[in-house]
Write a protein that binds this ligand. Structure first.
Ligand code: SF4
Ligand code: SF4
Length: 476
């Protein structure tokens, strides 16, 4: 722990301003500083535990939810098949994904501009697993932060080997469950259980994916830890452009806390000093190794641990709580209430437009997608009975989970349609079928060389759409 405090020292420039020359988990030589946060308790932690339990139940439970025998959510990137809320989506629906993705990005930008990194502390799976699952197991087996540090410094003995082995077995078991859950979101629980129950040889690829996912999660939660948030997460890296002085986040009230100074015995009022007694408990509980008293920092995941820690100190020394609290820089520095900035108005407007457009497209989305094109080859044929014949190809995609029969009918013009090679067009669930058909129209019904004709598409006798194409005929 002493090592950490030393490494968090600030440097001063010529104007007396202090800066960090490195992030909180890197020492002077560039080596990683392992963080041993102290155990924390308090109101915020209590609520985070409740929220985390709810989110974990949802995360692990969703792959088991089925609608009409199909997954409620499945993101099968391998077969390019996606099911969201029981509706099947295909690569042909990519525009919907693009619009939804864009809406989510703008929502995140807007949410972050207002609420800072609340997502990271309360809902991000990385933080929930790290702080609410793996860290808690570590506390249970190895004890509080200082005890973990002492254990790591101690020579290898039976007690250390036992604790470390036990911890890593549990870590790997949980990583295996997380890896399998991720796989269930991709291939569905039925396929996952086949991989688990069948001999490995029958599902080599699935077993390999399962092993790789488990090892990746084990590596992240046992070793990589807070570095995922600091180095890898793009959301974390974007904070500097997403936040402004109005954004709400975990803030130290420097107006109230400074000048900081130790409490002297018998002087609980801390004469001429601010409320911060420089106990550094807020630093010791921080899982990303920073001192929030230095202001908003890239590494802060808004986990609220420092808020709980400082509240417990304030309670002990009988001063008001909330020295570290949710607030904006403007609120702390100038007591300015939250303000709706032009940036927020702009993001909200763009988001509203995107959500509206996405909803309209989603509402108009059809269960069957049909593309009719003129076939290659002769542009028309003159039939003995005087009809003119054109040949077409149709691609029909069944986006539903039910089999269906498709028919084509000419609309607004006399004539016949006949499928080639089959007398009916049947589609299995999720099937894309390509078919060729003939359109014969009496010459008297055609007035131009290139006529736009309409073909009605019928599913099990019910019309679902009208497709337009061109019908070519000889000069009149
Ligand atoms: S826990 Fe509170 S009193 Fe202690 S150092 Fe941090 S801000 Fe100051
Ligand atoms: S500064 Fe506070 S809120 Fe931010 S990561 Fe550290 S303990 Fe959590």
């Amino acid at each position: 722990m002493a090592e950490i405090k030393e490494e968090l020292a600030q440097i001063k420039n010529a104007d007396g301003e202090t800066y960090r020359d490195r992030i909180g988990i890197i020492d002077k030589k560039g080596a990683r500083i392992w963080i041993y946060p102290k155990l924390v308790a308090g109101a915020f932690h209590h609520w985070r535990v409740i929220v985390s339990i709810i989110l974990l139940v949802v995360l692990f439970g969703v792959p088991f939810i089925k609608v009409d025998g199909h997954p409620f959510i499945m993101l099968n990137i391998l077969e390019r098949k996606f099911i969201l809320f029981g509706l099947a989506f295909w690569p042909q629906d990519f525009y919907l994904f693009a619009l939804t993705f864009l809406s989510i990005v703008i929502f995140i930008v807007l949410f972050t501009a207002v609420f800072g990194r609340i997502w990271c502390g309360w809902a991000c799976p990385q933080t929930i697993f790290m702080e609410m699952v793996f860290r808690k197991i570590e506390f249970w087996i190895e004890g509080d932060g200082p005890k973990q540090y002492a254990l790591d410094q101690a020579p290898w003995n039976a007690d250390k080997i036992l604790k470390k082995t036990f911890k890593h077995i549990i870590f790997f078991a949980i990583s295996w469950v997380i890896g399998n859950t991720l796989l269930a979101y991709i291939i569905g629980v039925d396929e996952l259980f086949k991989i688990i129950n069948d001999p490995i040889g029958m599902h080599v690829n699935g077993f390999t994916a399962m092993t790789i996912f488990s090892l990746i999660f084990y590596g992240i939660f046992s070793r990589f830890r807070e570095q995922a948030c600091i180095y890898v997460c793009p959301y974390g890296r974007l904070q500097s452009v997403l936040l402004d002085k109005n954004s709400i986040g975990v803030m130290y009230d420097f107006q109230r806390g400074e000048p900081r100074g130790k409490l002297k015995k018998g002087n609980t009022d801390g004469e001429n000093l601010g409320d911060c007694i420089d106990c550094k408990l807020c630093v010791q509980v921080c899982p990303t190794g920073i001192d929030i008293r230095n202001g908003t920092q890239m590494e802060c995941v808004n986990c609220t641990a420092c808020m709980d820690a400082c509240d417990s100190v304030m309670e002990k020394i009988k001063r008001p709580k909330n020295l570290i609290r949710y607030g904006s820089y403007n609120l702390i520095s100038q007591k300015l209430p939250f303000k709706i900035t032009p940036r927020i108005v702009l993001y909200s407007a763009v988001l509203t437009v995107l959500i509206t457009v996405t909803s309209v497209f989603l509402f108009k989305r059809k269960d069957i997608q049909t593309t009719i094109l003129r076939a290659k080859g002769p542009i028309f044929q003159l039939m003995e009975n005087g009809d003119i014949r054109n040949v077409y190809t149709a691609k029909v995609l069944n986006k539903t989970f039910d089999a269906m029969q498709i028919e084509f009918k000419l609309e607004g013009v006399e004539g016949n349609i006949a499928l080639i090679g089959t007398h009916e067009l049947r589609l299995h669930p999720d099937e894309l079928v390509e078919s060729t058909f003939l359109v014969d129209i009496p010459r008297k019904s055609i007035r131009t060389m290139n006529t736009r004709i309409k073909i009605g598409v019928y599913k099990d006798g019910m019309k679902v759409s009208t497709e337009e194409t061109s019908f070519v005929s000889p000069m009149q």
